[in-house]
Design a protein around this ligand. Sequence first.
Ligand code: SAM
Ligand code: SF4
Length: 444
Amino acid sequence: MSKSFYLETFGCQMNVVDSERIVALLNDIDYRQVDQPEAADLILLNTCSVRDKAERKVFGHLGRFKPLKDRRPSLIIGVGGCVAQQEGERFLDKVPYLDLVFGTHNIHKLPAMVRQAEIGRGQIQETEFLDRETRLSLFPERSEGDSCTRFVTVMQGCDNFCSYCIVPHVRGREVSRPSGEIVREVRELAQMGVREITLIGQNVNSYGGKEADEIGFAELLRRVHDVEGVERIRFTTSHPKDLSDELIDCFGELPKLCSHLQLPVQAGSDRILKQMNRGYTRGQYLAKVDRLKQVCPDIRLTTDLIVGFPGETEEDFRQTLDVVRQVRYADAYTFLYSPRPGTAAAAFDNPVSQMEKQRWFDELLEVQTAIGRDIWAGDVGSTLEVLVEGESRQKGGQLFGRSVWGRIVNFDGDPALIGSLVEVRINRSLRNSQQGELVTAAAV
Ligand code: SAM
Ligand code: SF4
């Protein structure tokens, strides 16, 4: 008889993709996913340690499951992802009712770990980093899911060591998947009806750079662009220092490449960028943005920003605000700096007071929100191409999809349109989405 599992995922797209893989691996051993932990034989948390007090949060979540384990000792509880990678054995010591801890390189071992736990083999931990050949051989063969949009992992890990960031420590060095495999996966997905491909990696545009015989990211984009059936291409996340002129030109040359780019700036002051070890100056970043706007005038940029980095001054912060005003981002993920144990910046002196940081954060949010609101409100009255992804969860009877800029658009329509490109006139712009009406029901 098949068993059931409950899975919670935290953090970034890499974790979402890892969770898809976890679901597929567990399905292979006859475990079916359920929505309620109470109904599960196996509970898994796929964790993220990029921001905040990640470890503490995971303990909080695990605490919710303890009464279930007390009532049903055969219940298996496991933790994977970045926090598991970082904490390893300490996790098992601190949480005696935890059965499994698996690191970012060990997802493929999950079925065997679950089987061991089923026969009561005690606490099991797999958190060692694998060598590059093994990692390359373990890239998921195909992303899972039933949507017309799909993530395709092209590289994993990161070699940049930004001073605040835990990723290189918990995901390991950069490896790029062979381009032939990526294009084959995209071709298969297109044949299955997938219309939009998002190429993902921690530092996606450094693709191929560390492999002797591999093509670069711009050429990879061109090859994916050639795949028949693919209508839209996106990629994330790119590092500004690896945004080459050749890649910028792709935005002018490849019609299927969506005119949206997530280009994390993090800070606007050269002094702070240097201490963050970002590898570019404010001037270099702004020059790339200018070039992007020349090559693709309707491009919309989004970004990540960190406020309150150790040693940041009022003047540094003003420079960040200035970049935000100059670039006019359509959206931004703004974060209060939080020290991540083991990173270089965790050892930096941080004289900035919490109150100061919060004041900056609030001001930044206010400025960015006003700019974003303006940009999205400018779409009202225009007709946009939308790829219909499914039925809207919020409002019964409505469909939802995305414009080329990645914004959710809700509108009334026939579910038969799911998976096709349609034209929608935008009537209202809301905080995180837009509301519209169908103009053409036929695929465009
Ligand atoms: N690779 C991408 C890049 O270089 O821009 C970003 C990846 S990181 C997983 C996502 C975002 O988390 C970063 O862009 C940064 O803004 C934020 N972040 C990472 N470490 C942080 C920290 N210690 N405190 C606050 N925000 C942090
Ligand atoms: Fe972290 Fe920097 Fe790598 Fe992005 S590029 S994942 S911020 S170390």
